[in-house]
Design a protein around this ligand. Structure first.
Ligand code: AMP
Length: 423
C-alpha cells in the first residue's frame, strides 16, 4: 500500500516522502481515508504507531481546500495533555504541511501568553494546544471557534488522568456542534467511553495495538535489588552495558532530580524532566537527550508520556509504576518502529505488590536477572501469577498545584479539589 492510494494530494505526499516514509503504518492506512471522508474516528493507539501522521496528514488534506481562516479563528484544534506532546505534534504539523499554504501554531502553559496572543491574531488553520492555556486564551478572546471544522483529542486517556476533564468539557461546549471529531487514546476505559459519548458521532473505531499487551520486539526483565542499592546498580548497568541513551522512569519529581544529580556526580551526564521544570529547561533537556549530549534522561510518567524519541534503545524503571498499565506505556518507549529495545526494572521488596499487579496484567511472570554484588538482604518474594482478570485502577486525582499544560497554582477547574474518588 502507498500513501498516494490513501487519497492524499501531491504537496502532502511530497512532505511524507521528504520524511522517508515509504508505506503507511496500520493506523495510518485505516485513519487517513476515514478522516478525509469526514468521518469521526475513535482510535486506540499509542505513540510509536505513527498515530500523529494518522490524523495530521488527512487534516491537512481537508484544510487544503475550503475557506481561508480569519483572524483569531481556528479551523482545526488538536488538544494534547502535555506541553512536550503539543510541541511535538506542532513540529509534525509544520513538517507534513510544509508544501501547503496553511498556518499552524502551538500554545501551551508555562511560557508567556502574550506572544501566543499575537500569533493567534492572524488566525491558525491548525492550532495545537494544551487545555489549560487554551481556556486562558479563549477567555481573553484571543481564540475563536466559529470557523472550527475539526477537533482532535490526542492521548485522551492521559488528559483525563491529568484532571483536564473540566477544561475539555468547557472547550467542547464552545465549539460548533457541526464538526469532525477524532479521539486518540492508548486505552478505551469506561471514563473515556463516557467522554466519547455525545462527542463523536457514528465513529469509525480503529485499534492497532491490542490493549495492555507489550510490543513483541521489546525484551524486558526485572533486576531484584534492595532499595538502597538501586542507584549503584543503575550506574553499574549503564557503565557495564555501555548504554548511550537511557530513559529512566522515576516515581517522583524529587527522586528524578536526586537521581540525575547522583548520576552526574559519577560522570554519567543526566538531566531530570518533570512538571516542576520550566518549559525552557524541559525543551532543552529533551533536545540535548535527542542529540546525544545528555546520556540519561530521568523522567516522571507525565513528563515522559508521548515523547517521541526515535528508536530509544534502553528504558529503565528505577521505580515500578503505581498503576500497572503505565508499565506497558513506559516500556512502549523502546523498540519503536520495529527497532529492538530493552526495558529493565529495578525492583525492591517493597514493590512486590506493584510487580504482582503488572504480572497479572501481562498474564506472565517477568524474567528475573540477579546481578552479582547486588544480592538482596530484603528478599523479593517469588511471584504467584494471579490469573483473575485485572481491573484497571482509577488514576489518582491530581494534586492542586502547577502541572503540565495547566494554569499556574490552580487545579484544572480553577477551584479547590474535591475529595478523591468522586468523579
Ligand atoms: P507517533 O506514533 O505519531 O508518535 O510516530 C512515531 C514515529 O514514527 C515518528 O518518529 C514518526 O516520524 C514515525 N513514522 C510515522 N509514520 C511513519 C511511516 N509511515 N513510516 C515510517 N515512520 C513513520
Amino acid at each position: 500500500m502507498s500513501f498516494a492510494s490513501l487519497g492524499l494530494s501531491a504537496p502532502i505526499l511530497k512532505a511524507v516522502a521528504d520524511q522517508g516514509y515509504e508505506t503507511p503504518s496500520p493506523i495510518q492506512a485505516q485513519a487517513i481515508p476515514a478522516v478525509i471522508e469526514g468521518k469521526d474516528v475513535m482510535a486506540a493507539a499509542q505513540t510509536g504507531t505513527g498515530k500523529t501522521a494518522g490524523f495530521v496528514l488527512p487534516i491537512l488534506e481537508r484544510l487544503s481546500t475550503g475557506q481561508r481562516v480569519q483572524g483569531n479563528h481556528v479551523r482545526a484544534l488538536i488538544l494534547t495533555p502535555t506541553r512536550e506532546l503539543a510541541a511535538q505534534v506542532g513540529e509534525s504539523v509544520a513538517l507534513y504541511g510544509k508544501h501547503l499554504p496553511l498556518r499552524s501554531t502551538v500554545v501551551f502553559g508555562g511560557v508567556k501568553i502574550n506572544p501566543q496572543m499575537i500569533r493567534l491574531r492572524r488566525g491558525a488553520d491548525i492550532l495545537v494546544a494544551t487545555p489549560g492555556r487554551l481556556m486562558d486564551l479563549y477567555r481573553q478572546n484571543a481564540v475563536k471557534f466559529s470557523q472550527l471544522e475539526v477537533l482532535v483529542l490526542d492521548e485522551a486517556d492521559r488528559m483525563l488522568d491529568m484532571g483536564f476533564i473540566h477544561d475539555i468539557r468547557k472547550i467542547i461546549n464552545a465549539l460548533p456542534p457541526k464538526r469532525q471529531t477524532l479521539m486518540f487514546s492508548a486505552t478505551f476505559s469506561d471514563d473515556i467511553r463516557k467522554l466519547a459519548k455525545g462527542l463523536v458521532k457514528n465513529p469509525i473505531e480503529i485499534s492497532v495495538s491490542p490493549r495492555n499487551t507489550t510490543v513483541e520486539t521489546i525484551e524486558h526483565w526485572i533486576c531484584p535489588v534492595d532499595k538502597k542499592k538501586k542507584t549503584a546498580l543503575l550506574i553499574q548497568l549503564i557503565l557495564d552495558n555501555q548504554w548511550k541513551q537511557v530513559l529512566v522512569f522515576s516515581k517522583t519529581k524529587h527522586g528524578a532530580n536526586r537521581l540525575a544529580k547522583q548520576l552526574d556526580q559519577k560522570g554519567i551526564h543526566a538531566t531530570a524532566i518533570h512538571g516542576n521544570k520550566s518549559q525552557g529547561a524541559r525543551t532543552r533537556a529533551l533536545a540535548d537527550f535527542k542529540k546525544g549530549a545528555v546520556r540519561v534522561l530521568v523522567a516522571t510518567d507525565i513528563a515522559a508520556r508521548g515523547l517521541d524519541i526515535e528508536q530509544l534503545p534502553q528504558v529503565v524503571n528505577f521505580d515500578l509504576p503505581k498503576v500497572a498499565e503505565d508499565y506497558v506505556h513506559r516500556i512502549g518507549r523502546t523498540g519503536r518502529a520495529g527497532a529492538s529495545g530493552q526495558a529493565v526494572s529495578l525492583v525492591c521488596s517493597e514493590e512486590f505488590k506493584e510487580l504482582s499487579a503488572i504480572e497479572r496484567l501481562l498474564k506472565q511472570k517477568l524474567i528475573r536477572k540477579e546481578t552479582e554484588g547486588f544480592e538482596m538482604v530484603h528478599e523479593l518474594p517469588e511471584s504467584q501469577l494471579d490469573t483473575r482478570p485485572s481491573r484497571p485502577k482509577k488514576a489518582k486525582k491530581p494534586k492542586v498545584g502547577h502541572r503540565d499544560g495547566q494554569h499556574s497554582a490552580r487545579n484544572t477547574s480553577g477551584q479547590k479539589q474535591k475529595p478523591r474518588g468522586r468523579r
